[in-house]
Design a protein around this ligand. Structure first.
Ligand code: PRP
Length: 177
């Protein structure tokens, strides 16, 4: 990462809050009577998931799965590994995957296939950010917060080498290729 690159805000906390409320409203219409399992992908989704569920006023469960694709680099290795399995039996349950970003699509495409082998009633995907310019495999995103440009994003759970997840805004580095 270029040490002289400057951190700029792409979406500030108020814009994020508005997007989270809109997504929660869409999700509520579809899941109100379904007792869904909201499945966060560690680690990036934890901030978004924590905010999202506080706008959902119906019964639901929360679980996490940890997948690894990037390691410590900013380039995807293309190989997805399950680092931590989910604990909830999802057979016959409606599962909503909650993700911070869909970039190449490799992580979510892998996860959707992985979950479908466990015979859930349904699997859908909610992504706070979608970077379609980077897609390598097709992924259907059912609920999208923001469509984002091809910039390396940090903040609100998103990291660069495990740092910056704590920024309240979604930011990018100006001057970074
Ligand atoms: C990031 C992000 C997504 C994935 C998206 O995770 O949180 O899970 O990459 O990329 P893709 O669409 O190209 O697969 P990362 O592996 O960096 O781990 P993290 O969640 O711990 O930040």
């Amino acid at each position: 990462m270029n040490p002289r690159a400057e951190l700029r805000v792409l979406f500030n906390r108020r814009e994020i809050e508005a997007a989270v409320r809109r997504l929660a409203s869409e999700i509520s219409q579809d899941y109100r009577n379904k007792n869904p399992v909201l499945l966060g992908i560690l680690r990036g989704s934890f901030v978004f998931l924590a905010d999202l569920i506080r706008h959902l006023d119906f019964p639901l469960e929360v679980d996490f799965i940890e997948l690894s694709s990037y390691g410590s680099s900013t380039q995807t290795s293309g190989k997805i590994k399950v680092v931590k399995k989910l604990e909830t039996p999802v057979r016959d349950h409606d599962v909503l995957i909650v993700e911070d970003i869909v970039d190449t699509g490799l992580t979510t495409a892998f996860l959707i296939k992985y979950l479908k082998r466990q015979k859930p009633a349904s699997v859908r995907l909610c992504a706070l950010t979608d970077k379609p310019s980077r897609r390598e495999v097709p992924v259907k995103i059912d609920y999208i917060g923001f469509t984002v440009p091809n910039k390396f994003l940090v903040g609100y759970g998103l990291d660069a080498n495990q740092k910056f997840r704590n920024l309240p805004d979604i930011c990018y580095f100006e001057g970074e290729a």
